[in-house]
Design a protein around this ligand. Structure first.
Ligand code: HEC
Ligand code: HEC
Ligand code: HEC
Ligand code: HEC
Ligand code: HEC
Length: 492
C-alpha cells in the first residue's frame, strides 16, 4: 500500500515538475525540513543545496543517506559502533551468501506466493534499501545502493521504532516506521546525558525512553518469518523463545534476547548455562559511566561471514556462543557382551540457547552428532556422523536441522518454494533429546571400549554453498565447530 502511495507521489512529482516548474522549491523545503537539523552532523550533504537536476530517486537517496550515515553515530558511540560494524547486522546486505541465495531463489520462483516471499528478502536485510525504495526486490541491482552498502540492520533503523505491530509475524512492514530517520533516538535510558563533553561535542540528539527496546518483541520483528502465502514457518526464533521457560511473562525474571545477545563480549559468552554479568562502561564517549551498557556484537552461530567480511573477533564470539550452548551425556546399557547386539544412548541438552538449538535459518544450518566407538587397540567398532572429503555425511548421521519440501514432497533448499516441512529435528530450550545407537561388538574385541561423541555445527552445508556458487566461500572454508565433546570408557 505504502509503495503504491509512494509511486503515485513519484509520478505526481515528475508531472508537476514539468507543469509547475516553480513549485520545486516548495517540495524541496518540505522534504529537507526534518528535525534532523538538531543533530550535530558533520555531513556536507546537509549544507550543500539539493541538486535539482537529479531524478527523484536520487533525491530520496540523498535524504535517507543524510539521516542514516552510521559513521556519524560512531563519532560519539565509538565502542558500540565498532561492535555493530563487525556484526552480521551490519553485513546483512553485503553478505555474499544472502546475495547469492536471493538471486537464485528469485530466478526459481514462479507462483505469486513464491514471488511475494522473495519480495520480502530485502526487508530485514536492508531496511534502508526498502524504505528508500532503491532496493525493493532481489532482481534489483544491489550496487545501486552504492555509497552505503554496509547498512544492513543499522543504528538509525533500530533506534527509531516508536511501536511495532505484527511482531513475530511475517514482517515488520506494518510497523510504525513513520519516525524513521528522525533525529530522536529511542532507547533504554530515561536519563541520557553528557558527563564530560569534549569542546565540539556540546550537544547531542534528542532521546526518548522506550521500554520496547528491552523486550524480546523488538528482536521478534525480524527474527520470525512465515511464508506469506501458505504461512509455513521459515524462521521461528521469537516464537520458540516466547514458549520457552526463559519467558516467564514477568520482566523481573524473564531472560530476553538482549540478556544473552547484548551482554556478550569477549570471554563472556552470556548463554543460558553461563553467567550474564553487567558490562560496566560508557554508552557514549564522554557520557556517564554506567553499571551496565548493552553490547552490540550480536553474535550467533555464524562464524563464516564476520571473518570473511573483516572481523575475526565476531567469528570468535560466535564460536564462544556455540561452545557454551549444549551438554552431552552418555547413557549405557547395564552390561555389554562380545558377539551381542548392543545399544548406547546419547543425551543432548540445549542448556545455553533461549530458543531451539539450532534456530533461525535451520534449513541452511547443520548441527550433528559425531559418534565413534573403538576398542582398546583402536579398532573401530561403530561410527556415525563421519564426513567425506566433500563434506557429506554418513547415511546414519543424526542431524539437527530442518528440511523443507515442495508441493510434491520433494526436498527444496529454496524456502520460497516450500510448502511443507519434511523433517524438523532440533532441541527446545532447556530440554534434551535422547539418540539411540545400535551396534554389534565383534568377538575379537579387546575391552575397554572407548566412546567418543562430539556435537558439531556448521553455518551451511557444502551442497548449499555449491548450489549458490557463493563468491569467495568455497566448500573447504566452511568451518566445523566442535560445540561440546565427551569421552567415556566402557569395561566388560
Ligand atoms: C523477517 C526478516 C527476514 C526476512 C524477510 C528474510 N530474512 Fe534472511 N535472515 C533473517 C535473519 C534474522 C537471519 C539470521 C538467522 C540465522 O542466523 O539463522 C537471516 C539469515 C539469512 C541467510 C543466512 C545468511 C548467512 O550468512 O548464513 C540467508 C541465506 C537468508 N537469510 C536469505 C534470505 C532470503 C532468500 C530471503 C527472502 C526469501 C530472506 N532471507 C528474507 C531475517 C530475514
Ligand atoms: C554528538 C555525539 C553523539 C552523536 C553523533 C550520536 N549520539 Fe547517541 N548519544 C550521545 C550521548 C552523549 C548519549 C547519552 C549517553 C548516556 O547517557 O549514557 C546518547 C544516547 C544515545 C542513545 C540512548 C538513548 C536513550 O534514551 O536510551 C541511543 C539509542 C543513541 N544515542 C543512538 C545514536 C545513534 C543511532 C546515532 C547516530 C544516528 C547517535 N546516537 C549519534 C551522543 C551522541
Ligand atoms: C538490531 C537493532 C539494533 C542496532 C542495529 C543497533 N542497536 Fe543500539 N540498541 C538496541 C537495543 C535493543 C538496545 C537496548 C537493549 C536493552 O535495553 O535491553 C540498544 C541500546 C543502545 C544504546 C544504549 C546503551 C546503554 O546501555 O545505555 C545506545 C547508545 C545504542 N544502542 C546506540 C547504537 C548505535 C550507535 C548503533 C549503530 C552503531 C546501534 N545502537 C545499533 C538495538 C540496536
Ligand atoms: C531489521 C531487522 C532485525 C532486527 C530488528 C534484529 N535483527 Fe538480528 N539479524 C537480522 C538479520 C537480517 C540477520 C542475518 C544477517 C546475515 O547473516 O546476513 C541477523 C543476525 C542476527 C544474529 C546472528 C545470527 C548468526 O547466525 O550468527 C543474532 C545473534 C541476532 N541477529 C540477534 C538479534 C537480537 C538479539 C535482536 C534484538 C535486540 C535483533 N537481532 C534484531 C535482522 C534483524
Ligand atoms: C538463554 C540465552 C539466549 C536467549 C534468551 C536467546 N538466545 Fe539466541 N543464542 C543463544 C546461544 C547460546 C546461541 C548459539 C547456539 C545456536 O546457534 O543456537 C544463540 C544463537 C542465536 C542465533 C543464531 C542461530 C544459528 O544457529 O544460526 C540467532 C539468530 C539468535 N540466537 C537470536 C535470538 C533471538 C532473536 C532471541 C530472542 C527471541 C534469542 N536469540 C534469545 C542464546 C540465547
Amino acid at each position: 500500500m505504502r509503495r503504491i502511495i509512494f509511486l503515485t507521489l513519484i509520478i505526481c512529482f515528475i508531472i508537476s515538475s514539468f507543469i509547475f516548474a516553480d513549485e520545486e522549491e516548495i517540495i524541496v523545503e518540505e522534504t529537507t525540513g526534518q528535525e534532523l537539523i538538531e543533530m550535530p552532523v558533520k555531513n556536507e550533504i546537509k549544507e550543500s543545496p539539493v541538486e535539482y537536476e537529479k531524478d527523484f530517486l536520487d533525491f530520496i537517496k540523498l535524504r535517507t543517506e543524510k539521516f542514516a550515515e552510521q559513521d556519524m553515530c560512531g563519532e560519539c558511540h565509538s565502542d558500540i559502533f565498532k561492535q555493530w560494524k563487525g556484526s552480521t547486522h551490519s553485513k546483512a546486505f553485503i553478505d555474499p551468501i544472502w546475495r547469492a541465495a536471493t538471486k537464485l531463489f528469485y530466478s526459481e520462483s514462479k507462483t505469486i506466493g513464491q514471488v511475494l516471499e522473495i519480495k520480502l528478502c530485502v526487508n530485514c536485510h536492508i531496511p534502508l534499501g526498502f524504505t528508500s525504495n532503491i532496493i525493493n526486490l532481489p532482481i534489483d541491482n544491489y550496487n545501486r545502493l552504492m555509497e552505503l552498502p554496509e547498512q544492513g540492520a543499522f543504528c538509525n533503523w533500530c533506534h527509531n521504532l516508536k511501536e511495532a505491530v505484527n511482531i513475530g509475524g511475517e514482517g515488520y512492514m506494518d510497523a510504525d516506521t513513520t519516525e524513521a530517520y528522525s533525529s530522536t533516538m529511542l532507547g533504554p535510558r530515561d536519563d541520557p546525558r553528557w558527563e564530560n563533553p569534549s569542546k565540539d561535542n556540546k550537544a547531542f540528539h534528542p532521546s526518548e525512553y522506550s521500554e520496547f527496546y528491552s523486550k524480546s518483541d523488538f528482536c521478534g520483528l525480524c527474527h520470525n518469518m512465515y511464508q506469506p502465502d501458505n504461512k509455513l514457518p521459515i524462521v521461528q526464533t521469537y516464537d520458540e523463545w516466547k514458549k520457552s521457560p526463559y519467558n516467564t511473562n514477568d520482566p523481573k525474571t524473564t531472560v530476553t534476547c538482549q540478556d544473552c545477545h547484548m551482554r556478550q563480549k569477549p570471554g563472556i559468552p552470556a548463554t543460558g548455562s553461563t553467567l550474564r554479568p553487567d558490562n560496566s562502561g560508557q554508552a557514549a564517549d564522554g557520557g556517564p559511566y554506567r553499571d551496565n551498557i548493552w553490547t552490540h556484537y550480536f553474535a550467533g552461530g555464524n562464524s563464516i561471514i564476520p571473518k570473511l567480511l573483516g572481523s575475526e573477533m565476531h567469528s570468535y564470539l560466535a564460536i564462544e556462543k556455540l561452545t557454551n550452548s549444549a551438554g552431552l551425556e552418555i547413557i549405557r546399557d547395564s552390561s555389554y557382551e562380545k558377539g551381542k547386539a548392543s545399544q548406547i544412548k546419547v543425551k543432548v541438552t540445549n542448556s545455553g540457547a533461549g530458543h531451539y538449538l539450532p534456530t533461525g535459518m535451520t534449513a541452511i544450518r547443520q548441527m550433528w552428532l559425531d559418534m565413534k566407538i573403538t576398542d582398546r587397540d583402536g579398532i573401530m567398532i561403530f561410527r556415525s556422523g563421519a564426513m567425506d572429503k566433500e563434506g557429506n555425511f554418513d547415511k546414519n548421521t543424526i542431524l539437527f536441522n530442518t528440511v523443507f519440501g515442495n508441493k510434491n514432497g520433494e526436498p527444496v533448499m529454496n524456502f520460497a518454494l516450500a510448502d511443507k516441512i519434511l523433517y524438523d529435528h532440533r532441541i527446545p530450550p532447556m530440554e534434551s533429546v535422547i539418540e539411540n545407537y545400535s551396534f554389534i561388538i565383534p568377538e575379537n574385541t579387546v575391552f575397554p571400549l572407548k566412546v567418543e561423541v562430539i556435537l558439531k555445527y556448521r553455518t551451511a552445508s557444502p551442497d548449499f554453498v555449491k548450489k549458490l556458487q557463493v563468491d569467495k566461500v568455497s566448500n573447504t572454508e566452511i568451518p566445523v565447530i566442535d560445540m561440546v565433546s565427551l569421552t567415556e570408557k566402557i569395561d566388560l
